[in-house]
Design a protein around this ligand. Structure first.
Ligand SMILES: [Zn+2]
Length: 133
């Protein structure tokens, strides 16, 4: 299988057709049958900390890659503009490293936000002191 067609749904159907990526924006979830043809259902939650779904010209992309480590086939691929790009089998360690990197980016993001808030709070306190607010 080298392509996935996009189908917008409200509820992901119980029986999935091969070669179709079902996307429910209402429930922030996407599902498809494993692209290797093994018939396993692959469900990917969508969100800032999960997979990100984009659509261009009716063709779906999901980031990051789909790594079906929990399936016997252990397939790994990227869905990009409706095309399946097969990735080399990653070792478990690389998978974890990838996840940790993602986690670290998220933490850095929140830390930066926190620092910014701290700056404005200090500025505000200083202004109140200076102008006796
Ligand atoms: Zn598979």
């Amino acid at each position: 299988m080298n392509e996935l067609k996009l189908q917008h749904v409200t509820y992901v159907p119980r029986d999935l057709a091969p070669g179709v990526l079902y996307v429910s924006l209402e429930y922030a979830v996407a599902a498809h049958l494993c692209a290797c043809g093994c018939g396993a259902k692959v469900v990917t939650p969508l969100g800032p900390a999960e997979w990100s779904f984009t659509e261009r010209g009716g063709r779906p992309s999901l980031r990051p890659s789909i790594g079906n480590w929990q399936l016997p086939c252990r397939s790994h691929y990227v869905i990009s503009d409706g095309q399946i790009h097969w990735a080399k089998g990653w070792s478990e360690a690389q998978v974890l490293a990838g996840r940790n990197a993602e986690e670290q980016r998220r933490r850095d993001h929140y830390a930066a936000q926190e620092r910014e808030r701290g700056f404005w709070r200090r500025l505000w306190n200083w202004l109140r002191k200076v102008f006796g607010g």
